[in-house]
Design a protein around this ligand. Structure first.
Ligand code: HEC
Length: 162
């Protein structure tokens, strides 16, 4: 029974390592096998899925952002996204601590480059199943989804020069 208990403890530790430790996470039953999978494997699975959904569109670049789009995107970001994604995109918004799955640090260049722009648009429109990231297609027109994505892209830090 001891091995069972320590295996369970290890599973819980893995879950807690990537989930934000909050009240919602303290009950071990809520850390099921899927949620305890490492975050990067989940992201890889999601990327494969989005590649499947989008096909050739996955890598089609967006038109460059206009100043007007960035301003509009910034407003939408503050109203709808900032509470979780944080004022500067680091994933530390005031609601983020309560989420089972934390928002990624989108100021990190490699994290920000993991999904293509089209994949991010798909995520913004439809959300991510089983995650606090809901879809916004009923609240935001496609042009506004693009605007908010363009704004988010301005939050990425410059890569460190060697
Ligand atoms: C309730 C909290 C919450 C709100 C509000 C929210 N998000 Fe998210 N978002 C998340 C979480 C958590 C993830 C990571 C989900 C996962 O990995 O399953 C995420 C992921 C994303 C991603 C994928 C990023 C990546 O590289 O992994 C994008 C793009 C995104 N959100 C955009 C937005 C936009 C745009 C808004 C506002 C219109 C928004 N989100 C509002 C919680 C939120």
């Amino acid at each position: 029974m001891d091995t069972l208990r320590s295996a369970r403890r290890r599973l819980l530790a893995v879950g807690l390592a990537w989930a934000v430790a909050g009240a919602a996470c303290s009950a071990p039953e809520r850390v099921d096998a899927k949620r305890a999978a490492p975050a990067d494997r989940r992201r890889e699975e999601l990327r494969d899925q989005l590649r499947g959904t989008l096909g050739e569109r996955y890598d089609v670049p967006l038109a460059a952002a206009t100043i007007e789009e960035l301003a509009r995107g910034s407003n939408f970001y503050d109203m709808l996204c900032r509470a979780c994604h944080g004022p500067t995109g680091k994933g530390n918004g005031r609601s983020a601590r309560m989420l089972m799955i934390p928002p990624p640090d989108l100021t990190d260049p490699s994290t920000a480059a993991f999904f293509s722009d089209r994949a991010k648009l798909q995520i913004i429109a439809e959300g991510i199943a089983g995650s606090p990231m809901i879809g916004w297609s009923r609240m935001l027109e496609e042009q506004d989804q693009i605007a908010v994505l363009h704004f988010m892209s301005t939050l990425v830090r410059e890569p460190q020069s060697p």
